[in-house]
Design a protein around this ligand. Structure first.
Ligand code: PMM
Length: 262
């Protein structure tokens, strides 16, 4: 399983908002994550935390461009955006993956851009928008509904020219979900893997951990690792995390133990 390291160039993200808003700090952080074992870096210029407001695309471009240029040539870079204009400059600067938390609902140009540039495309489930998603999220059967949604978005991407083998699915931990929903989705990673698409899971430092044990954002490493290992056991192909070094170690040890089993 691969590890995607998070480089948030935002003033207000879930756990690291404001730390890397200056390009040289974001670049140094990205390089440190690569040294710690990140296989991919996910660069984002717009926060998706609950209640966050939208960022103008020019500001988002200004945030991410110097950072992607500075990190290009290290490991594959993913651009975390819902806007085709931002994705386009990111791809020109070297990004090879588009991480679209709106699953192509944010911008009608996004699918065509990904198809034309032949980049990987991560489709994530979110109920509503970051502004409203935590307002009493309700599902009948959360796993089936999220799975059907993602399959429909993948089908739409394919119809718009994106190659099937470029598509990743992500159930969107924390995006319009209660604690119960998040746990059900994590426990059902294999149901997403069964679709044939590679699965990405992003549990890092998220609120569901704190809802279980009362921990603050900077005290959720153990919970993050537990969720990553559960995702790996369920067949996830990549986890998106802030604490790369510790997660890489945990995955490696779990893999070694499994390799020595019956
Ligand atoms: N989570 C956040 C941002 N982008 N992208 C994907 N594909 N999956 C996620 O779970 C995800 C994401 C929010 O996390 P942060 O603001 O703490 O980085």
């Amino acid at each position: 399983m691969k590890v995607m390291g998070v480089v948030n160039v935002t003033p207000d993200s879930f756990s690291d908002g404001g730390l890397y808003i200056e390009p040289h700090k974001a670049i140094a952080h990205g390089r440190a994550l690569v040294a710690a074992g990140a296989d991919v870096l996910d660069v984002g210029g717009e926060s998706t935390r609950p209640g966050a407001s939208e960022v103008d695309s020019e500001l988002e471009k200004d945030r991410i461009l110097p950072v992607i240029e500075g990190l290009s040539g290290t490991v594959p870079i993913s651009i975390d955006t819902t806007k085709a204009a931002v994705a386009e400059v990111a791809i020109s600067a070297g990004a090879e993956i588009v991480n679209d938390v709106s699953a192509l609902r944010g911008d009608p140009e996004m699918a065509a851009l990904c198809a034309e540039k032949d980049v990987d495309l991560i489709l994530m489930h979110m109920l509503g928008s970051p502004r409203t998603m935590q307002d009493d999220p309700t599902y009948g059967d959360v796993v089936s509904e999220v799975r059907e949604f993602l399959l429909a978005r993948a089908q739409s991407a394919i119809e718009q020219g994106v190659a099937r083998e470029r598509i990743w699915l992500d159930p969107g931990i924390g995006f319009g979900k209660t604690l119960e929903h998040n746990l059900s989705l994590l426990a059902a990673t294999c149901r997403f893997r069964e679709t044939g698409f590679p699965v990405l899971i992003g549990p890092s430092r998220k609120a569901f951990i704190g809802k279980i044990d009362g921990s603050d954002r900077d005290q959720r490493l153990g919970g993050t690792i537990a969720a990553c290992l559960a995702a790996r056991s369920g067949g996830a192909s990549m986890v998106r995390v802030h604490d790369v070094e510790e997660v890489v170690q945990a995955i490696r040890i779990q893999g070694q133990i499994e390799a020595h089993g019956e």
